[in-house]
Design a protein around this ligand. Structure first.
Ligand code: HEC
Length: 396
């Protein structure tokens, strides 16, 4: 039975690897195209005597000169072939959703549910996570329709919604999953923009040409607006997707606020580059973004023993070892006893005293400064045990 489980685990890891690979590649292609076209738009210069053009730009790349023209609405005759950009976005979302299944939904009791956060069954948690994606699109799209003409109000409302989502996810899911959920919600807004607004607008422009009508420039504007939104949402989403490696963010007591702050700083940084492509070097945006990151880093630094008290007499190493063996080694062992684990996660093992000593810094990071480990606190580690570890760490 054990070897059968290990076997399934092995193939599951391949699924994880391949889907993740695809997700990152598709994401790069999507974001790359998005960044490119926004920059191109901002580079456009009007050409005298060419009223049908929004502008043109000269570029040099990969050993060649390119001259790109953008039409205000549409060219006189539909060109053939005409290249579309949509599969990058769809593949990113589909592979991202597949990753949610492979990593979070299939191991929901460890990675999605944390009973110290919310007493949910795995099915409830999965249903809530999927519902979150749908709600994200509906709310965002609704906000765009109502506030589309007032960009600042829309930005404020969207920020409020994302903050609410971050707070809510933190009250429903395990800390790591909460960040991913918010990232997936924003990613869903972005792909929704492509699927429900941008691509249909392109079809509308094309149908008008085919039927010999003058295309309505409002379709261009509508698609452009959502495309710009996507551009600003990119850095926030990418941070959410990388956050899993940084327990000092997602496992902090104020994790949701940290997420919101880093997302705002990401969008703010994007704004710098968008202005720069238009020829404005608003360096103070980068400076304030950097200052924001430093201020955040200082504010959330682990003080003394971290989020648990480190005062009191130091414990014996035997006590420390007993705690780690009981709470961590069920998974972090050459031969894990925790069901569903056939090998130590990330090859991190705490079988011997030396292994514990050598990885004290990691233990501090994951189980003392934060309670990122054990995931979902599945081995029921107590605050008293964390504080014992803190007292041990303080003597080192
Ligand atoms: C239920 C199984 C389980 C238990 C119990 C557990 N861990 Fe983990 N741990 C994991 C998994 C799975 C990962 C890999 C997460 C990932 O994929 O990023 C991990 C990752 C880690 C990492 C690496 C984190 C990183 O992102 O670099 C450290 C350090 C760690 N655990 C320490 C501990 C400590 C200390 C304990 C006990 C207090 C503990 N773990 C208990 C499953 C467990």
């Amino acid at each position: 039975m054990a070897s059968l489980l290990a076997f399934a685990d092995y193939w599951w890891s391949w699924a994880d690897l391949l889907v993740r690979w695809l997700h990152v590649i598709a994401g790069i292609a999507w974001i790359g195209a998005s960044f490119y076209f926004i920059a191109l738009d901002n580079h456009l210069k009007p050409r005298a005597g060419a009223d049908e053009l929004a502008g043109e730009a000269w570029e040099i790349h990969g050993g060649g000169f390119y001259r790109v023209e953008k039409y205000r609405v549409a060219p006189r005759a539909l060109p053939e072939p005409l290249y579309w950009f949509k599969w990058e976005a769809y593949t990113t979302w589909l592979s991202g959703f597949a990753l949610l299944i492979v990593v979070y939904y299939a191991h929901a009791s460890t990675f999605l549910v944390d009973r110290t956060v919310a007493d949910l069954s795995t099915h409830e948690a999965i249903a809530l996570s999927i519902a979150g994606l749908v709600v994200a699109w509906l709310v965002y799209d609704g906000l765009c329709r109502v506030l589309g003409r007032v960009p600042l109000a829309l930005a404020a409302a969207l920020l409020g919604f994302i903050a609410l989502a971050a707070w809510g996810a933190g009250r429903l899911f395990a800390a790591r999953a909460a960040y991913i959920e918010v990232g997936a919600m924003i990613g869903t807004m972005m792909v929704g923009n492509v699927f429900f607004v941008i691509i249909p607008a392109h079809w509308e422009l094309i149908r008008a040409k085919q039927q010999g009508r003058e295309p309505d420039a409002r379709w261009n504007a509508r698609a452009k607006l959502r495309s710009v939104h996507n551009n600003y949402l990119t850095l926030p989403v990418v941070f959410a997707m990388l956050s899993n490696h940084f327990a000092f963010t997602y496992a902090h007591t104020h994790a949701w606020l940290i997420l919101v702050v880093l997302m705002v700083l990401g969008a703010w940084t994007r704004h710098y580059f968008n202005l720069r492509h238009r020829g404005r070097n608003a360096w103070w945006i980068l400076v304030t973004a950097a200052a924001g990151v430093v201020a955040l880093a200082v504010l959330i630094r682990p003080g003394g023993g971290g989020n648990v008290a480190a005062s009191g007499p130091p414990p014996s190493f035997a006590q420390v070892q007993a705690i780690v063996q009981q709470r961590c080694s069920p998974c972090h062992s050459m031969h894990p006893s925790q069901p569903g684990y056939s090998a130590p996660p990330l090859d991190i093992r705490f079988d011997t005293g030396t292994e514990i000593e050598q990885q004290a810094g990691l233990i501090a990071q994951m189980a003392v400064h934060t309670d990122a480990m054990p995931p979902g606190n599945v081995t029921n580690m107590t605050p008293a045990e964390r504080s014992t570890l803190a007292r041990w760490l303080a003597t080192r």
